[in-house]
Ligand binder design. Structure first.
Ligand code: OSB
Ligand code: MG
Length: 366
C-alpha cells in the first residue's frame, strides 16, 4: 500500500455533560481526525490526545506536530502496511497517541480494501460487548446521584466514578446506597500518594469491581503496596504504556486488572498483544476510553470483542458524549453496544457532520 496523502482534521464537539477529573475539566472534545488516502482507498483514524498534557505527557497540538514533522516523513514507498508501520516509526521514542492515530487510519484503509473487519483482524468474535459509563466529579452529591440515575435509566449496568482526595468515600457511599446491585468502580487518575493506603482501604466497604490508577504512572511499587493492603482489585491505566511494562506490573503484583487504551499503548495491534499477555497470565482486561468520537469508539468496540475483555469497557453510547457525532450514533441496549462488523472500523464517517465540526485542515505527503 502507498500512502498518498494524510489529512489532519481538527474538530470541536461540545460534550453533552462537562467531564471533570482530578486533572482538569473538559467541556468540549477538541479532536484530531486522520484520513489516510492510499492507493488502496481511504482509511480513518483518531488521535486520543487531550487539549492539555494532564492525563499523559501528550497533547493534541503536540501530537499533530509529531505526526507532521517526524512520523509522516517515515511513511513513503509502496510497501506500507499497518504491521510495517510499527517498524518504520520505532525510532521515534514515545508519542503513542500520535502513532496510534496513524496506525488506525492505515489499518482501516487496508482492511476496507480487503473486505475484512477490524474485529476479525484483531481476533475478536463477539457481536455485542458490555459497556459502562465514566462519571466525572460534580459539585454536589445530589448532582452526582442525579447524573448516575440518568445513566441507569439509559440501561448502563456498570458505572465508574472519578475520585480525588476530598471526593472519594462519600460519593461512592451515596451511589452504593442508592444502587446496591450496580457494578461500580472508581478511577483516581494518579491523584493519591503512598500516604493514602489506609484511607483508600475505606473503599473496601462498597463492593467495587476495581480501583483504577490511584498513584502516578511510574509508581508500580505503591500500586503493589495497595494491592496487598486492600481487598478491592487494583487496575492500572496510565501505567500501562507497553507490553514490557505490563509484564513487569503483573510480575510485581502491582495490579490484577488492566485497562487497555490503544492511544496510550501506541495502536490496536500492540493493544491486542497486551490482551494476549494478560489473558495468558489470567489478568482481566477491559477497554478504556478517551471521549473518542464514533471513529475511535467503533475501533474500541472491535478491540473489546476479544475474549480476554471480560469486564465492561468505557465505551458509552453516543448520547453520553455528543449531540451530533461524526458517525451514526451508537445506542446502548441492555448495557451493551453492537460491535461493527463491516470492513475496517465498520462505520462510515458523516462528511457533513465532519465539515460542520471542523476547525482546521492540514494535508501532508510523506
Ligand atoms: O482515565 O479513563 C480515564 C477520559 C479522558 C481521559 C482519561 C480517562 C477518561 C475517561 C472517559 O474515564 C472514558 C470514556 O471515554 O467514556
Ligand atoms: Mg482511567
Amino acid at each position: 500500500m502507498r500512502l498518498e496523502e494524510l489529512e489532519l482534521r481538527r474538530i470541536s464537539l461540545p460534550l453533552v455533560t462537562p467531564f471533570r477529573t482530578s486533572f482538569g475539566t473538559q467541556v468540549e472534545r477538541d479532536a484530531l481526525v486522520v484520513a489516510a488516502r492510499t492507493d488502496a482507498g481511504v482509511g480513518w483514524g483518531e488521535c486520543t490526545a487531550l487539549t492539555w498534557p494532564g492525563y499523559s505527557s501528550e497533547w493534541i497540538d503536540g501530537a499533530q506536530e509529531v505526526i507532521r514533522r517526524f512520523l509522516v516523513p517515515l511513511l513513503g514507498g509502496d510497501d506500507l502496511t499497518a504491521d510495517r508501520f510499527h517498524r518504520r516509526v520505532a525510532g521515534v521514542v514515545g508519542h503513542p497517541m500520535a502513532k496510534a492515530a496513524l496506525e488506525l487510519a492505515l489499518l482501516d484503509a487496508e482492511l476496507r480494501a480487503g473486505g475484512t473487519s477490524l474485529r476479525d483482524r484483531l481476533g475478536g468474535s463477539r457481536d455485542r460487548v458490555e459497556v459502562g459509563v465514566s462519571v466525572g466529579i460534580t459539585d454536589t452529591l445530589a448532582e452526582l446521584v442525579d447524573l448516575v440515575a440518568g445513566y441507569v435509566d439509559d440501561g448502563y449496568t456498570r458505572v465508574k466514578l472519578k475520585i480525588e482526595p476530598g471526593w472519594d468515600l462519600e460519593p461512592v457511599r451515596a451511589v452504593r446506597e442508592r444502587w446496591p446491585e450496580l457494578r461500580l468502580q472508581v478511577d483516581a487518575n494518579t491523584a493519591y500518594g503512598p500516604g493514602d493506603l489506609d484511607h483508600l482501604a475505606g473503599l473496601d466497604a462498597f463492593d467495587l469491581l476495581l480501583i483504577e490508577q490511584p498513584f502516578p504512572e511510574d509508581d508500580l511499587l505503591t500500586h503493589r503496596a495497595l494491592a496487598r493492603h486492600i481487598a478491592t482489585p487494583v487496575c492500572l491505566d496510565e501505567s500501562i504504556t507497553s507490553l514490557a511494562v505490563t509484564a513487569t506490573a503483573i510480575e510485581l503484583g502491582a495490579c490484577s486488572v488492566v485497562n487497555i487504551k490503544p492511544g496510550r499503548i501506541g495502536g490496536y495491534l500492540p493493544s491486542a498483544a497486551i490482551h494476549d499477555l494478560c489473558r495468558a497470565a489470567g489478568v482481566a482486561v477491559w477497554c478504556g476510553g478517551m471521549l473518542e468520537t464514533g471513529i475511535g469508539r467503533a475501533a474500541n468496540l472491535a478491540l473489546a470483542s476479544l475474549p480476554g475483555f471480560t469486564l465492561p469497557g468505557d465505551i458509552s453510547g453516543t448520547a453520553r458524549y455528543y449531540h451530533h457525532d461524526v458517525t451514526a450514533p451508537f445506542v446502548v441496549e441492555g448495557g451493551t453496544l453492537p460491535v461493527p462488523t463491516g470492513p475496517g472500523i465498520g462505520v462510515d464517517v458523516d462528511a457533513e457532520a465532519l465539515a460542520a465540526a471542523t476547525t482546521s485542515v492540514e494535508v501532508l505527503r510523506p
